[in-house]
Design a protein around this ligand. Structure first.
Ligand code: SAH
Ligand code: SF4
Ligand code: F3S
Length: 460
């Protein structure tokens, strides 16, 4: 692994200044997971570094960039639909540059399709190419031809990239990139490449900057944070990294995602128990409640091992909550397998569940598996799962009523005059308060719950 430091591209900046009579504007839309949103913030930073401003609609933009997600077919179709919708605008404003980057751009068949069927897309680059964007743009502005980069994976980590964060109080902090797990349904290892960890000193330096800048919540990101540290020269694991960061003084909380159950260790749970800066919540995607399907998915844990970990966490960290991702309708999933998922969901009692119907991804192992279950059956299973989960969540959430809790105030609530705050355990509460509280901590008494939303009163 090679570590590089980002360098400012003055010649690209000069060219941008020469080509555009007034400051050019960029519109960046990120789809998909937090990792992509975080990449989007770096893309914005890099563009600002060469003289761009930002705008929030394609109509006013000189550069439109779609930072895409490939995890499910639906996600890809949405992106292509949105790209297609820009065609009339491009005809009116031929100087506008339309670009596509992110995970879709790391699939050869997508790049080929863009080359052939989307002639008004001028620029394509993959997830490892953010630092090269100034040079690619300069090339585009000079040569006036399409710059479509074929997918390539670089065994490189680029540090000190400029970043333009979307929030003033919640920050994403990537600690690693890529994934080596090859769950059989998943495209991420193919589009994001091999797992690579940032050096702890680089993470710590960025973390300290965030705390000094007043960030109240810092979320550490990786596809599998529990395998942090592999391949580094230093001898460090994820719990060690958490301890290192928690030693930084300040008023902040740390979240992290995603924890792969096969690597989430007792040491991690003990660290959560010991460190007040760590939120008492674990996103621990189980995917399925059948050992047979888990094996077919290459998840490398059993339902029993998963439940054991949950039980250990409940004992060590009173009040800890769990959330999960679940795939319904994996190839060959039987009604019995699905009942296993329902049983598991009931046993754990998740506060939140992110549920997906299996989507076939070309190039993955599962795409080769027999998948005889009709779509209708899969949507029916999904609905049954959602019904079960809704009841569980409503009950668990209602049980919180009566407590007074510290929340981070995130923004406006649904009702006029209400704000919304997030509890340590990742639930949200609506309460009446002045908007000046947004971005700070407040104590809130939980007075009631409506469906899955808590209601509360400011406790002064
Ligand atoms: N690295 C994380 C998340 C990866 S993608 C993890 O291991 O949990 C986020 C979620 O998308 C996954 O947890 C999975 O539930 C879902 N997902 C991934 N590939 C999918 C597919 N082909 N069809 C349906 N859902 C999928
Ligand atoms: Fe995909 Fe599995 Fe890696 Fe998560 S751990 S990104 S589900 S391959
Ligand atoms: Fe999507 Fe890429 Fe994230 S495929 S889920 S944006 S890693």
């Amino acid at each position: 692994m090679e570590f590089l430091n980002f360098t400012h591209d003055q010649s690209a900046a000069d060219l941008v200044a020469a080509v555009y009579p007034t400051q050019p504007l960029a519109y960046i839309h990120s789809y998909g997971c937090q990792q992509n949103v975080s990449d989007g913030e770096r893309i914005k930073g890099v563009l600002i570094d060469i003289g761009f401003g930002l705008c929030d609609s394609p109509e006013n933009a000189d550069l439109v960039l779609f930072n895409t997600c490939a995890v499910r077919e639906h996600a890809e179709q949405r992106v292509l639909g949105n790209v297609g919708a820009l065609k009339p605008l491009k005809e009116k404003k031929p100087g506008m540059i339309i670009g596509l980057c992110g995970c879709m751009a790391n699939q050869q068949q997508v790049v080929d399709k863009i080359r052939k069927s989307y002639p008004y897309v001028d620029l394509v680059f993959g997830v490892d190419g953010i630092d090269t964007l100034p040079a690619l743009l300069a090339q585009k502005l000079q040569q006036k031809k399409r710059i479509l980069m074929d997918p390539a994976q670089r065994p490189v980590i680029v540090e000190q990239m400029p970043v333009c964060r979307d929030s003033k109080f919640r920050a994403w902090l990537p600690i690693m990139y890529g994934c080596d797990n090859f769950c059989t349904y998943c495209i991420v290892p193919y589009v994001r490449g091999r797992e690579k960890s940032r050096r702890s000193a680089d993470i710590l330096a960025e973390f300290k900057q965030l705390v000094a800048a007043g960030y109240k919540e810092i979320t550490l990101l990786g596809q599998n944070v529990n395998s942090y540290g592999k391949g580094l020269d230093e001898n460090i694991d994820f719990s060690d990294l958490l301890n290192l960061l928690c030693a930084v003084p300040g008023d902040y909380q740390i979240r992290f995602m995603t924890s792969h159950p096969k690597d989430a260790s007792r040491k991690l749970i003990d660290t959560i128990a010991a460190q007040p800066h760590l939120c008492k919540h674990l996103h621990l995607p189980v995917q399925c409640g059948s050992n047979r399907v888990l094996q077919e998915m290459n998840r490398r844990y059993t339902v029993e091992q998963y439940l054991e970990l949950v039980e250990y966490a409940r004992q060590r960290v009173p009040g800890i909550t769990f959330s999960s991702d679940i795939i319904v309708g994996f190839p060959g999933e039987t009604e019995e397998d699905f009942q296993g998922t329902i049983d598991l969901v009931k046993k754990v009692g998740y506060m939140q569940l992110f549920t997906f119907i299996y989507s076939k991804r070309t190039g993955t192992k599962a795409a080769e598996m027999e998948d005889p279950t009709p779509r209708k059956e899969k949507t029916d299973r999904m609905q049954r799962l959602l019904n079960v989960q809704e009841k569980i969540a409503m009950e668990l959430i209602h049980r919180q009523v009566g407590q007074t809790v510290r929340v981070l105030v995130e923004g406006f609530g649904r009702a006029e005059g209400n704000l919304v705050g997030r509890l340590d355990n990742n639930l949200t509460v609506e309460f009446a308060a002045d908007e000046s509280l947004i971005g700070s901590y407040a104590n809130v008494k939980l007075t009631d719950s409506r469906a899955t939303v808590l209601l509360g009163e400011l406790d002064q």
